[in-house]
Design a protein around this ligand. Structure first.
Ligand code: YNC
Length: 399
């Protein structure tokens, strides 16, 4: 019945009439926003986590490592490393106020967390400043106590004090009301390990060696001019991405500083992002793709502790921007690029490569031997009414 969500500025499930003018649901002023957080249940208190402090980062890491998202069968749980948590939560414009924790007053133990970073989101032809909310997590012993609404209201209050009135978030569960829904697809890289830990069952009638052969990849990439992205490529990549993402109904707009943060690995820290460009004979950058790493803990397995999972991130290709739009050419190009991404992921020791049914992914998922997973990912906007975006075909050049 969504006792909490029905009090929030979000569209109701089942409200499907066409929205004529997309925009905010509720307009407020900063004067109306409380200067203080709501009180917590007795015995707990609000804290701001300092992610620059190794100790406090370790506390956030340990809370998430033990209590964050699991699959339905509780076989795997996300294991975001401190390096990737910094990457995700300390993007340009970040402020420590958005790293909201709850501690037990006596023991000082961190028992809940929620975070946000600012994002400039384009929704069709409008730019919407959003708080992108992530890493909502409550210790397993404190579940079912209605702490979630309090955490969400706190991150909303902090955003509102900065005059940010919209939120962007994703979740595996259905809430009022998804703007779009994607399915996870997985491409085995190390099939044997995936089979050992119960991720990839042996299909009926198959044999392990058939599966291993099916997912085998060449040693070397095949796209001519492919190389790792460097700082010098930033301006061109920002421009290419802006034009390519312009084909979709909803996408972030990256500044050069943001592209630097999101796409270039930080020296002297564990690598979390891999980005590549294609440079043609005339030194023009024609293509770009990236993937990031999030490990998953394998719960209760004698042989393996972690899966190294690559997630396809942003990509762009001049091939998709040619006029008139040439779908077969884009399909060929993306298949070549994603096959190279798989080869590179294998070289960097990944076990599986994940992608969602968004952007132009429908053009390569099947051909690159991705298989549909159980998981869905729903995309939500807080305090914004808009028409639904169909997954996989959310483009101006209809596929
Ligand atoms: C969820 N994932 O429906 P109703 S995703 C939002 N996102 O409310 P309680 C959620 N709401 O139905 P528990 C939610 N999960 O009565 C549950 N809810 O209206 C709603 N899991 O609260 C739920 N992380 O505290 C119900 O539930 C109410 O103790 C019940 O805790 C839930 O980061 C949870 O999956 C998920 O740690 C925290 O199970 C806990 O069960 C947990 O009694 C494992 O809560 C980790 C996990 C969620 C990952 C994520 C995105 C979060 C987005 C939050 C919404 C942001 C809105 C925008 C705000 C900024 C706006 C501006 C400006």
């Amino acid at each position: 019945s969504y006792k909490f969500w029905q009090t929030q500025p979000v569209p109701k499930l089942g409200e499907d009439e066409k929205v004529i003018e997309e925009g905010p649901l509720k307009i407020q002023t900063v004067e109306e926003v409380s200067k203080d957080p709501q009180p917590l249940i007795a015995g707990f208190e609000w804290v701001t986590m300092d992610l620059n402090s190794d100790e406090e980062m370790k506390e956030v890491y340990e809370l998430l490592n033990g209590h964050y998202v699991e699959d339905d069968e509780a076989m795997f749980r996300f294991n975001y490393s401190p390096a990737i948590l910094r990457w995700a939560m300390m993007a340009p414009g970040w402020k420590k106020e958005y790293h909201v924790g709850v501690r037990a007053s006596q023991s000082r133990k961190l028992v809940a967390f929620i975070s946000a970073v600012p994002v400039r989101l384009r929704v069709r032809d409008k730019i919407v400043m959003c708080s992108e909310v992530n890493f909502l997590c409550i210790h397993k012993k404190l579940r079912g106590k209605r702490l979630t609404p309090v955490l969400i209201k706190e991150v909303t209050r902090i955003s509102n004090l900065d005059r940010i009135w919209q939120g962007l978030y994703t979740a595996g569960i259905v809430l009022p009301k998804p703007v779009s829904t994607c399915r996870y697809f997985h491409r085995s890289i190390n099939w044997q390990k995936l089979n050992d830990c119960g991720f990839s069952p042996l299909p009926a009638g198959s044999k392990p060696q058939f599966q291993i052969r099916k997912y085998a990849l060449p040693e070397n990439t095949s796209t001519k001019g492919l190389r790792a992205m460097t700082e010098k490529d930033l301006d061109v990549v920002v421009s290419l991405l802006k034009r390519y993402l312009g084909r979709y109904d909803m996408a972030p707009e990256f500044t050069k500083e943001e592209a630097h943060h999101w796409f270039l690995p930080k020296p002297k820290t564990e690598q979390v992002i891999w980005s590549y460009v294609v440079e043609d004979n005339n030194k023009n950058i024609t293509d770009f793709f990236s993937f990031f790493c999030v490990e998953s803990s394998i719960i209760n397995n004698a042989k393996h502790n972690v899966l190294r999972v690559a997630y396809l991130f942003y990509y762009a290709s001049e091939t998709g921007l040619q006029q008139p739009f040439d779908k077969p050419a884009l399909k060929t190009r993306l298949n070549g690029l994603v096959n190279d991404a798989l080869i590179l992921a294998k070289r960097h020791n990944f076990d599986v490569f994940n992608a969602l049914t968004l952007m132009d992914n429908a053009l390569f998922l099947e051909q690159q031997k991705f298989g549909g997973g159980d998981g869905q990912l729903h995309y939500y906007l807080f305090n914004y009414k808009m028409n639904h975006i169909a997954g996989g075909v959310n483009k101006k050049n209809q596929l």
